[in-house]
Design a protein around this ligand. Sequence first.
Ligand SMILES: [Zn+2]
Length: 78
Amino acid sequence: MKTMTCRQLGGPCDLEHHGETADDVINSQDRHLKEAVRAGDTAHGPARDEMKSRWRHPKRSLGWYNDSKKAFAALPDD
Ligand SMILES: [Zn+2]
């Protein structure tokens, strides 16, 4: 398992996501952003919008995706 924070994934807080793969933590971040915004947290709004546009424009977002995967791969195991 590895840990990436909300902040490392472009968000505004230090909540930790744990996962075996980069996709695990990215999906976990996606859920976290949705929940935070639904709960009325405006600080997570911009990150939520960015994440939404990533799903809509996957090709344009490949850079972010590959960077996140690289950052994840470079992390030590928990
Ligand atoms: Zn957060």
